[in-house]
Write a protein that binds this ligand. Structure first.
Ligand code: ATP
Ligand code: ZN
Length: 284
């Protein structure tokens, strides 16, 4: 028995999705234009689809699991479970107005025409804030709507904001934040759930690894106690004597979020020759 996974065929989530599987040790060939692939060394069959179709395919059981943006599920809820955030494809759905619009609060958009591909999320957002706007659904190129006189403002997905900027728009409110998530159909068989659990274990190891760095450094023996306190590690740092007496090499794992603070503190405590490596998998 195999587990069937649906991934975006070509778009912003494609590299992240196939990259994640590869980091999980799952190899497959995905030649351009291929719609289907079999994993070489894991009971997984991969379908490459348009992202908007993925929730339906999973709900209908054509695929068992899939990777999509949270925004797609929020706009069009289906009978699927969201089981894991994946840490890539991060973006936000934002309201933006033309640069000349002196925006200070949402009520200024009352009665205004707003172009978006996410009418359901946006309607809910306005309703929950007691503002009523005129929402126009368009399927693409939302950012040009104000300049061609189609709308007064837009609500669109943004990551850097450069597309908005180059269209003379300014981001004023975040309607929702989104990242890629793993979804599952609701009636998986026991054997498929077991394959999914195995995959999830690997995904979590890859995610943990991405949030941590492996660090090696040299330290004078008399400063080791102080330096050890700065290096939490998975248990405690490994310590290896150097050929030069009075020096040791310490190896540990530090979280990416406080990484630079730790490095500064280590330097101040006398650490030298600090090396930092990325981690492929981290099994806890
Ligand atoms: P498809 O042909 O598969 O329908 P698409 O054009 O609808 O592709 P993409 O633009 O590739 O989709 O976006 C896919 C997902 O990537 C979005 O739903 C969103 O979750 C995420 N994403 C991340 N950053 C951005 C961004 N700057 N703009 C749009 N989507 C983004
Ligand atoms: Zn799409």
């Amino acid at each position: 028995m195999k587990l069937k996974i649906a991934l975006q065929r070509s778009g912003r989530l494609s590299d992240g999705s196939t990259g994640l599987l590869r980091k999980c040790g799952i190899g497959f060939s995905n030649g351009l234009g291929k719609l289907r692939a079999e994993a070489a060394d894991f009971p997984l069959e991969i379908f490459f689809l348009r992202d908007d179709d993925i929730p339906d395919y999973v709900a209908d059981g054509v695929a068992d699991i899939g990777i999509v943006g949270e925004n797609v599920i929020a706009e069009n809820p289906k009978a699927v479970d969201t089981i894991e955030k994946l840490g890539f494809g991060r973006c936000r759905l934002s309201l933006a107005v033309p640069k000349g619009f002196e925006y200070s609060e949402l009520s200024q958009l009352a009665g205004k025409k707003i172009a978006t591909s996410y009418p359901n999320i946006l309607r809910e957002y306005f309703a929950s804030r007691g503002v009523s706007a005129d929402i126009h659904e368009i399927s693409g190129s939302v950012e040009i709507a104000p300049s061609i006189g189609l709308a007064d403002a837009v609500c669109d997905l943004v990551s850097s904001g450069s597309t908005l900027f180059s269209n003379g728009l300014r981001e004023v409110e975040t309607v929702m934040s989104s990242e890629a998530v793993l979804i599952r159909r609701r009636d998986l068989e026991t054997e498929q759930q077991a394959i999914l659990d195995k995959l999830l274990f690997r995904i979590r190891s890859v995610k943990a690894a991405a949030q941590n760095k492996y660090i090696l450094l040299n330290a004078p023996v008399e400063r080791v106690d102080e330096i050890k306190r700065l290096l939490p590690g998975m248990r405690s740092p490994s310590m290896v004597p150097l050929a030069d007496e009075g020096w040791v090499s310490l190896h540990s794992v530090v979280s990416e979020t406080d990484f630079w603070e730790v490095v500064d503190a280590l330097k101040n405590a006398g650490a030298e020759g600090i090396l930092v490596l990325s981690i492929d998998q981290m099994i806890r």
